[in-house]
Design a protein around this ligand. Sequence first.
Ligand SMILES: Nc1ncnc2c1ncn2[C@@H]1O[C@H](COP(=O)(O)OP(=O)(O)OP(=O)(O)O)[C@@H](O)[C@H]1O
Ligand SMILES: [Mg+2]
Length: 264
Amino acid sequence: MSAVEKAAASDDAIVTIAHVSKFFGPLKALNNVSLSIQPGTVQCIIGPSGSGKSTLLRCINQLEKIDEGAISVDGALIGYRRVGETLHELTDAEIAQQRLSTGMVFQRFNLFNHMTALQNIIEGPLTVLRRPRKEIVAEAMALLERVGLADKRDSYPSELSGGQQQRVAIARALAMRPKLMLFDEPTSALDPELVGEVLNVMRDLAATGMTMIVVTHELGFAREVASDVVFMDKGEIVEQGPPQTVLVAPSQPRTRDFIAAVLK
Ligand SMILES: Nc1ncnc2c1ncn2[C@@H]1O[C@H](COP(=O)(O)OP(=O)(O)OP(=O)(O)O)[C@@H](O)[C@H]1O
Ligand SMILES: [Mg+2]
């Protein structure tokens, strides 16, 4: 086993990112990123546009392939299987199977527009997990209740506000019973008055012990909910630590400048 793999498989972290680099042509979007996330914690990631935040989430969720390093999720190296001394790339079907343990919520809600809120939520459990309809409808209703939208079960996305659509998107991701939830700027496309309702759902989710990785510019939320904060710039982790340190008294000038710019 390589040192990188050992790091990726070590300790009790639910996500281990070990020396990961990612290129887009000549551009190094991620440069030797290492990060370990413990189960039940909330990892917030902040940083300027183009710093690699989305790319990092997309690599964890295998929407992008990494060029160097290793990532493990829930004890399994992602994208590869080791047979003796060699690593074999997983097939698309195997990757799809691995991706089921991770839920992702995007900036734009990405709901199926021709389906109601309830249909959006049951689609994955029904067609991918092939679970019994009756059971998953009951679960979906409980999820709609949890995100405060029980009365919107039969509404189409076009009939919902942005905040409501995003809450349905969170319920839809949870319906797959993920072990890990990734959020990529889930509130940045919302009108300011709708941000709070989505952050409240995320706060509740964190309180249930869900492991979450959250890219956000909502520094108030990060201060309150994050277990740990990472500041990224130019594909690298510049600073990492508890929210009270990174967000309140950062040690790096780049972090300080970024936070001052966001708070302006
Ligand atoms: N598919 C792609 N092809 C080529 N370059 C890409 C691709 N995806 C991202 N990049 C580049 O990689 C770098 C990191 O992008 P990324 O989307 O991860 O940044 P980000 O921190 O999420 O920024 P933002 O805050 O604007 O969402 C950027 O320079 C971006 O232009
Ligand atoms: Mg992004």
